[in-house]
Design a protein around this ligand. Sequence first.
Ligand SMILES: Cc1cc2nc3c(=O)[nH]c(=O)nc-3n(C[C@H](O)[C@H](O)[C@H](O)COP(=O)(O)O)c2cc1C
Length: 298
Amino acid sequence: MDLTVKISGIEFKNPLILASGILDEQGETMLRIAKAGAGGIVTKSIGMEERAGYNNPTVVDLEHGLINAVGLANPGIKNFKEEIKIAKKGNVPVIGSIFGKVDEFPYLAKIMENYGVDGIELNLSCPHVKGYGSEIGQDPDAVEDVINDVKKSVNIPVFAKLTPNVTDIVEIAKSAGKADALVLINTVRAIAIDVYAKKPVLSNLIGGYSGPGIKPIGLRAVYDVRKEMDIPIIGVGGILTWKDAVEYILAGANAVQIGSGLYYKGINIFKEILSGIEDYMIKENFSKIEDFSGLAVK
Ligand SMILES: Cc1cc2nc3c(=O)[nH]c(=O)nc-3n(C[C@H](O)[C@H](O)[C@H](O)COP(=O)(O)O)c2cc1C
């Protein structure tokens, strides 16, 4: 059985990739995740300058997911070289995630490339930091411009991570069509209210919802885009079990990312999901991932 997947030339030993923002600000934790069986690693989104992020509370644990507004806390691109170097010792592809203002992306991508990453992931979709993320990701022209500019500045594959916080994700996906792959989805804009304090729980008021509650939304995004476009898709949102991962692949994903699942299941989640996918493939007579990618799309 062949569990490898190739996405625009990058070979992953299995289709389970660490999502941006979870245990990936430091080289050592990325290395631990590579050793725990992940097929690839995406770094925390890195910007021009070091950012402390928002005051606590930055994460609320709800019944069906988490709402976070970390505020793109990150060490800044200049301080990230060593972390990439350590992460690369895991011998799995390392994708450098970056965020910024429209004109900062090409520079950030170039530095990441110089640090030795295998690909770039453009975070065009952080839902809770003004001026970054979603404001770019909700504007088809801005999405197209950022991708064109970054593609000119680097020679490695460029993935575009899109936000579900739009009226029509297919429209945005089409404007991102020159990317080497699409990553669907980032978190869903959400709010939690404390009934006794009678105000929103998060210091930033609004955050991004992740975990089991958003799986159907992520699946719908992947499905809708796969129906219209022939481009590699990496599905992300609420994957905790092998079944969740298989659902994304059947909806048209070529690989998946796991974020909040690490919070719920711990670092063994990669091995657990992989073994479930293997059993499924044996039962269903599939010899490689692409045998069932997109089968549910009508
Ligand atoms: C605490 C936290 C921090 C995150 N930080 C980032 C980030 O820096 N960049 C990014 O593109 N996505 C970030 N995300 C979004 C995840 O990569 C992922 O798209 C989303 O959480 C849905 O997947 P999940 O349900 O598996 O967590 C973050 C998510 C969480 C929960």
